[in-house]
Design a protein around this ligand. Structure first.
Ligand code: ADP
Ligand code: MG
Length: 403
């Protein structure tokens, strides 16, 4: 046994790595070139350029599906702008905030405090009344004549968490400021986001509006080629791999993030196989693995009641591999609750939870009418058995049940 483990390590050390720099394929890496976004980048640059002459640029609202290069393009333009402003001593203050981040942007208070902190103002994490925090914020902002360029990335998440009041306040800020001026750049992955906004907020936020269309397979392939050159050693990828990887991701709304992840995972699997090149078959395996991990992550983040109910369903399915009924699921669920010392929910609540599982794509639940006995759900598990086993193992650990 020890010998075979030694062998694995020896072999690993002797093998040539496929990767030159794996970090290049990670989502937070800043690529050296941004392909196929020349038009978008120059339009953003033209919109924001007046800031260099101390004129307030129009507020800009950018939307497009995930992985279409919005963040990377905006950051690129804002960085160049920042550099020029620094060189030429222009009073321009760019601030970038990703509203998806917890603790930064999950309340109106936090985000305003965060922006104020960007100006070097020390603000307690909680405790001040909202009005007071706005006052501090106006003051630091207005300390001198300057253009403040506030980029709110994933702005849809902010509004989801805090409502659109904050955007109303921010878009009206210029009427309160005497010296400084603020320009807002909002970025949203949700293309229908502005439909839900107060019309006044909507019109001032999108003085200029831009959409990032999805990449097609050819464009994704170019992006992958650029990144692969820096990420992999020469001759580490078989012909056809990048094409297929691009085709996979193009099928799913042209998401470059997904394409890069697929290539990275395929590379890791190939390396584990100890083969000299990434092959097309590794992409298939990578796709399965990513999907598996995604569902396991979702399940791991659910409340305990959900996990207990799912555990019961998957266990029953594992044994019987056929349709299940809500009634029997509920009986088994109550038993398991007793074992893990959890107070069982009503059948009605469990029914709601089963519907959530359906929405997450874990099961298919079909409502069937049982005549005068009311309605019940027929439950079918729609995951491959390997995924089911993975989830069961995760739940086993989480719930601490040995059944
Ligand atoms: P979005 O903000 O639209 O969801 P991102 O800008 O975060 O998308 O892009 C997702 C990933 O794909 C990032 O890793 C980014 O570096 C990469 N990417 C997207 N478009 C390009 C491009 N045109 N050239 C190089 N990399 C890109
Ligand atoms: Mg983004």
């Amino acid at each position: 046994m020890a010998k075979s483990v030694d062998n694995i390590f020896e072999q690993f050390l002797a093998s040539k790595s496929l990767f030159k720099n794996k970090r290049v394929l990670q989502a937070n890496y800043t690529p050296t070139t941004i392909a196929h976004r020349e038009d978008e980048i120059s339009l953003i640059a033209k919109t924001l350029a007046p800031a260099l002459k101390c004129d307030r640029p129009s507020n800009l609202f950018i939307y497009g599906k995930t992985g279409t290069g919005k963040t990377v393009s905006v950051r690129y333009v804002v960085n160049s702008l920042k550099q020029i402003a620094q060189e030429k001593n222009i009073p321009l203050k760019p601030i970038y905030i990703n509203c998806k981040l917890k603790k930064v942007a999950d309340t109106e208070y936090r985000i305003i405090a965060q922006i104020a902190r960007e100006f070097g103002k020390d603000i307690p994490a909680t405790g001040l009344p909202t009005e007071e925090i706005y006052n501090i914020f106006y003051q630091v902002l207005d300390e001198k004549a300057q253009i403040v360029l506030l980029v709110l990335d994933e702005i849809d998440q902010l509004v989801q968490k805090t409502g659109d009041e904050i955007l109303y306040n921010l878009t009206r800020l210029n009427t309160e400021l005497h010296q400084a001026q603020i320009c807002l750049v909002g970025i949203s992955n949700d293309v229908t986001f502005t439909d839900t906004l107060d019309p006044r907020v909507k019109s001032s936020l999108s003085e200029e509006e831009m959409i990032f269309p999805p990449y097609n397979a050819t464009k994704l392939q170019k992006i992958l080629e650029n990144r692969a050159k820096d990420a992999f050693n020469d001759d580490s990828i078989e012909n056809g791999v990048l094409e297929k990887c691009a085709a996979f991701a193009a099928r799913e709304h042209g998401d470059a993030r997904r394409a890069l992840e697929l290539l990275r995972v395929a590379g890791e699997l190939a390396e584990r196989d100890n083969v000299p090149k990434v092959a097309v078959s590794h992409l298939d395996l990578a796709e399965d693995k990513i999907e598996r991990d995604r569902i396991v992550d979702i399940v791991a983040a659910q409340p305990k009641q959900f996990q207990v109910a799912l555990f019961v369903i998957l266990r029953l399915y594992e044994r019987r591999k056929e349709m299940l009924f809500t009634g029997e699921v509920y009986e088994n669920y109550k038993n398991l609750c007793q074992k893990v010392q959890l107070r069982p929910l009503t059948q009605r609540r469990i029914s709601d939870i089963i519907q959530e599982m359906d929405m997450l794509g874990i099961i298919n639940a079909k409502i069937v009418s049982k005549g005068r006995y009311g309605r019940s759900r027929d439950i079918k598990v729609s995951l491959p058995i390997s995924v089911v086993e993975n989830i069961l193992t995760t739940l086993d650990e989480k719930l601490g049940v040995e059944l």
